[in-house]
Design a protein. Structure first.
Length: 368
């Protein structure tokens, strides 16, 4: 078992984390404080020497059948009627008491998980083909840094409620989001108690997008923040990573590699992470773990500021191996991109990607 941090020495560290009791200051649409009990966490860290991966600079232009293209989200071949559309990004509840009804996650092409107040996490599912969204949710309120996750793919951000910081950013920057005031976008499932009862479908989200007048098409010449191999390609270098454990305080995600499918099966809260729509366990081809500085906003009742500008350490995992990489973003007008140590951009394998945006003091455990 290896704890992976991306430097070249071995240390042992004890982290004592006193977790926040308060919920985030609420804006419109926030109906319930989400606070969790305090915990103390002790972690032992073994830091491994980083690896690099050499990627070709150029390759011959690919010729695809007429009307088809590579997806900006998965690198898979899709019809242009889908691939030229802006994705939608939906804020999804991930608190323990609501995960049994969590729906639509298996249809997401990219799934983010990051910390909000009280050390709970929320997810952002990014979908390009809304016809695949039977039901998604429960849909929860916006946090200002999740806007950056959506912007990485020029996705239309969909949320029900907002923190005061997200509300200020959305209004000040004139961002067209599909929010709680767009009645056609969301519906209630009264089998569940508030605030875990708001859901959407592909059809209702499309109605919401039309209602706010958001442009549905990607700009001409748009380039994805991801680069992909054309075919599945094993990493030549790296640390064996058949099991990846991420120490988010409550969800504690674990991703286990299945060599038969060459995909990672996701677990959380000690059980398979499944989609209530179909009972399917979530599976990913790629895992990106992005280390960022988290800080409490002063006077913000536990709301977080996440350092997404500049550069930092990251880990790329695919096909049972992990390599150290670096993330870079100059400012909020740019996309976040990932690079090998030799400076070339990471080329991922075609398929779905799970991205965990974790605090810099987290220790990711990789097991053989």
């Amino acid at each position: 078992m290896k704890n992976f941090k991306g430097l070249s020495k071995i240390i042992t560290i004890t982290l004592l984390a006193s977790l926040l009791m308060a919920g985030c200051s609420k804006g419109k649409g926030e109906t319930q404080s989400e606070t969790q009990p305090k915990q103390t966490q002790e972690q032992t860290v073994k830091i491994e020497e980083s690896q690099s991966e050499t990627v070709p600079e150029t390759e011959e232009a690919e010729v695809l059948p007429e009307g088809q293209m590579r997806s900006i989200l998965t690198g898979e071949i899709v019809d242009k009627t889908v691939g030229e559309k802006r994705p939608v990004a939906v804020m999804i509840n991930n608190i323990d008491e609501a995960i049994k009804q969590q729906a639509g996650t298996s249809a997401a092409d990219v799934l983010y998980e990051a910390v909000v107040e009280g050390n709970i996490t929320r997810m952002l599912g990014i979908f390009q083909d809304t016809s695949k969204i039977e039901k998604v949710g429960s849909v929860r309120s916006a946090r200002h840094y999740y806007i950056d996750f959506a912007n990485n793919f020029d996705a239309i951000y969909c949320h029900y409620g907002w923190s005061i910081y997200a509300e200020d950013r959305i209004k000040n920057e004139g961002i067209k989001t599909v929010n709680q005031n767009v009645g056609s976008a969301y519906f209630q499932d009264n089998n569940y108690a508030a605030p875990h009862h708001i859901f959407a479908s592909g059809e209702t989200l499309e109605a919401g997008i039309a209602a706010v007048g958001a442009d549905r098409n990607l700009p001409d010449g748009y380039e994805s923040c991801f680069k992909f191999n054309r075919e599945d390609t094993d990493l030549e270098l790296g640390t064996i990573a058949n099991k990846v454990e991420i120490p988010f305080t409550y969800s504690k995600p674990v991703l286990e590699y299945d060599s038969a499918t060459k995909l990672y099966n996701k677990f959380q809260y000690g059980a398979p992470h499944t989609d209530a729509n179909n009972g399917e366990q979530l599976k990913f081809k790629n895992i990106l773990i992005q280390y960022c500085q988290y800080e409490d906003i002063e006077g913000g009742s536990g709301c977080q500021e996440v350092g997404l500008n500049g550069e930092g350490k990251a880990i790329y995992v695919t096909d049972g191996k992990a390599v150290n990489v670096t993330w870079k973003r100059a400012d909020a007008s740019q996309q976040t991109k990932y690079y090998y140590e030799d400076g070339t951009q990471v080329k991922m394998n075609p398929g779905k990607t799970y991205i965990a945006v974790v605090p810099t003091n987290f220790d990711i455990t990789l097991s053989e």
